[in-house]
Design a protein around this ligand. Structure first.
Ligand code: FES
Ligand code: FES
Length: 174
């Protein structure tokens, strides 16, 4: 096979970029992406939404947790093309437009629910999804929800206290 034929074949083997449209934190985005690009890399590298962190890259640590169509999802395990048409929430959308913190964010600060902060965006999004579905979540439910989110710093107690406090505050406002 000639070099020319080889390079033609290599070029033709390149996956065709696909168009994706999605809504993230209320804003519409449209991009051409490689079919193999995962949602975490789309968020971080293409859209510069770097609040979503990437740790293990294989679905174990939970650092990349976001909410897709109301359901918590591992952004490292989801292809960007699978999110076509979806409504995605990331940590950047938690605070209000005026900068005031979401009750979960405020409670994390109050209860020392973070140290290095690497796991925090994933924790917050996992807990936001929990409290959306289960405003009355108790300690067992909180611990169960974050059982797929690994924190190497806090010992978890501050995170659990923060989640329960935020839940109580959100119920009070509701
Ligand atoms: S980076 Fe996705 S679960 Fe760890
Ligand atoms: S605060 Fe450091 S990993 Fe959780």
């Amino acid at each position: 096979m000639s070099d020319q034929t080889l390079s033609d074949q290599t070029l033709s083997d390149q996956p065709t970029p696909r168009q994706v449209r999605l809504t993230i934190n209320g804003k519409s985005y449209e991009r051409q992406v490689e079919p193999r690009l995962n949602l975490a890399d789309l968020l971080r590298h293409e859209l510069r939404l770097t609040g979503t962190h990437v740790g293990c890259e294989h679905g174990v640590c939970g650092a990349c947790s976001v909410i897709v169509d109301g359901v918590p999802a591992r952004a490292c395990l989801m292809l960007a093309v699978q999110a076509d048409g979806a409504v995605v929430e990331t940590v950047e959308g938690l605070a209000a437009a005026d900068g005031s913190l979401h009750p979960l964010q405020a409670a994390f600060r109050e209860h020392h629910g973070l140290q290095c902060g690497f796991c925090t965006s994933g924790m917050l999004m996992t807990l936001k999804a929990l409290l959306q579905d289960s405003p009355d979540a108790d300690e067992a439910a909180v611990r169960d929800a974050i059982s797929g989110n690994i924190c190497r710093c806090t010992g978890y107690q501050g995170i659990v206290d923060a989640a329960l406090d935020a839940a109580a505050q959100m119920r009070g406002k509701a």
